[in-house]
Design a protein around this ligand. Structure first.
Ligand SMILES: Cc1cc2nc3c(=O)[nH]c(=O)nc-3n(C[C@H](O)[C@H](O)[C@H](O)COP(=O)(O)O)c2cc1C
Length: 168
C-alpha cells in the first residue's frame, strides 16, 4: 500500500511519533514517503502560536510540498495539539491537499495535558471528510510517552488494527 506520511513538529515529539509510525508501516510492507512540513517565518512565541492555532490560521510552507495524493492509497497526517486545534502548517496541508477522494487517512497527534485533543482531531476529521477521505483512523500520544517506542507501537497496533491488518 503506497502511503504518504506528512507531519509538522515544533519541538520534536510529533516527529518521534511519525518515525515510529513510518517504521511500523514499513515493517508491515507499506511503501512510505515522508514529508515534514516546514513553515517559513515560524512563530516562536507560545501565545502567538496559540492565537494562530485558535484562529485556524495557515502557515506559508517552505520547500516543495506534495499536496497531490494521486498515486497514494493512504495518507497519514501528524500534528501537535495547539490550543485545542491543529497547527497552522497542518491547516495549510488540509486546505491544499488534492485527489484525496476515496482514500483512507490516519491522523495522529501528540499532546501535553490532553485538553482539546478530541476537538483537534474532530476538526481535522471534518476537513478530511470534506476532501472526500473515506475512513479516518487516529491515535494520540501524550508527550511524556513519545520516547517509549513499545507504548507507541502498541497504541498504533490497537487503534490501526484494520488498516494494518493485525490481530494484536
Ligand atoms: C503553542 C502550544 C499550544 C499547546 N496547546 C496544547 C493544548 O491545547 N492541549 C494539549 O494537550 N497540549 C498542548 N500543547 C502541548 C503540545 O501539544 C505537546 O507538547 C506536543 O507533544 C508538542 O509536539 P512537538 O514537539 O512535535 O511540537 C501545546 C504546545 C504549544 C507549544
Amino acid at each position: 500500500m503506497k502511503t504518504l506520511v506528512v507531519y509538522y513538529s515544533y519541538g520534536g515529539n510529533t516527529e518521534k511519533t511519525a518515525k515510529v509510525l513510518v517504521g511500523l508501516l514499513k515493517d508491515k510492507g507499506f511503501t512510505v514517503d515522508v514529508h515534514k512540513l516546514k513553515p517559513e517565518n515560524e512563530k516562536r512565541n507560545f501565545f502567538l502560536q496559540c492565537l494562530d492555532a485558535l484562529r485556524g490560521r495557515e502557515a506559508v510552507l517552505s520547500d516543495d510540498v506534495n499536496f497531490d495524493l494521486a498515486g497514494y492509497d493512504l495518507v497519514c497526517i501528524g500534528s501537535p495539539v495547539w490550543a485545542f486545534a491543529p497547527t497552522p502548517a497542518v491547516n495549510t496541508y488540509l486546505d491544499k491537499m488534492l485527489n484525496a477522494g476515496g482514500k483512507d487517512a490516519i491522523v495522529f497527534t501528540t499532546y501535553g495535558s490532553g485538553t482539546g485533543v478530541e476537538k483537534c482531531i474532530n476538526s481535522i476529521k471534518k476537513r478530511l471528510k470534506q476532501k472526500g477521505i473515506r475512513e479516518v483512523y487516529n491515535f494520540n500520544i501524550q508527550q511524556a510517552k513519545v520516547d517509549d517506542r513499545d507504548f507507541a507501537v502498541s497504541m498504533m497496533k490497537d487503534k490501526l488494527k484494520k488498516v494494518l491488518n493485525v490481530e494484536t
